[in-house]
Ligand binder design. Structure first.
Ligand code: 5GP
Ligand code: ZN
Length: 122
């Protein structure tokens, strides 16, 4: 576990269950560090979630052993953006952390959004 303020567990985590095959979901991409699914409530024509295989909730107190995983998540995002044909036009990566960002699922994940002009961040 990477955070001393993280009380969530892998046992009751929806993303761990999807990653482990306990809950069926189309896995678009998988490598040794992470996997990619489509968001169940897409906010853009393409809305994917890059999810680390290992359960951790926040970037808080992330130990260097996870830096490889974080890097792999960005590489996976780039790869699926190519596969979904949003790579050339452009896409947005989002990580929500804690309450003010509206983080719903307590398992770190990278949103990949694209398929139309997304506008500014404001
Ligand atoms: P957060 O707000 O935590 O950054 O994003 C969580 C995302 O996970 C939301 O966009 C939500 O629609 C998505 N989500 C929640 N439960 C499921 C699920 O069971 N399957 C999939 N594919 N996406 C989910
Ligand atoms: Zn989890």
């Amino acid at each position: 576990m990477s955070s001393d303020t993280d009380s969530s567990t892998a046992q009751d985590c929806i993303f761990c269950k999807i990653g482990g095959g306990e809950i069926e979901s189309e896995i678009l991409y998988r490598d040794d560090h992470c996997f990619v699914i489509r968001d169940i409530a897409p906010k853009a024509p393409v809305h994917l979630l890059v999810i680390p295989n290992e359960h951790f909730t926040y970037l808080t107190n992330l130990s260097p052993e996870f830096y490889t995983t974080i890097g792999s998540m960005f590489a996976a995002a780039e790869e699926v953006a190519k596969r979904e044909d949003i790579h050339s036009a452009g896409y947005r990566l989002v990580v929500n952390q804690r309450d003010d960002a509206g983080q719903q699922v307590p398992h770190l994940h990278l949103h990949v959004l694209g398929g139309k002009p997304l506008g500014g961040m404001g």
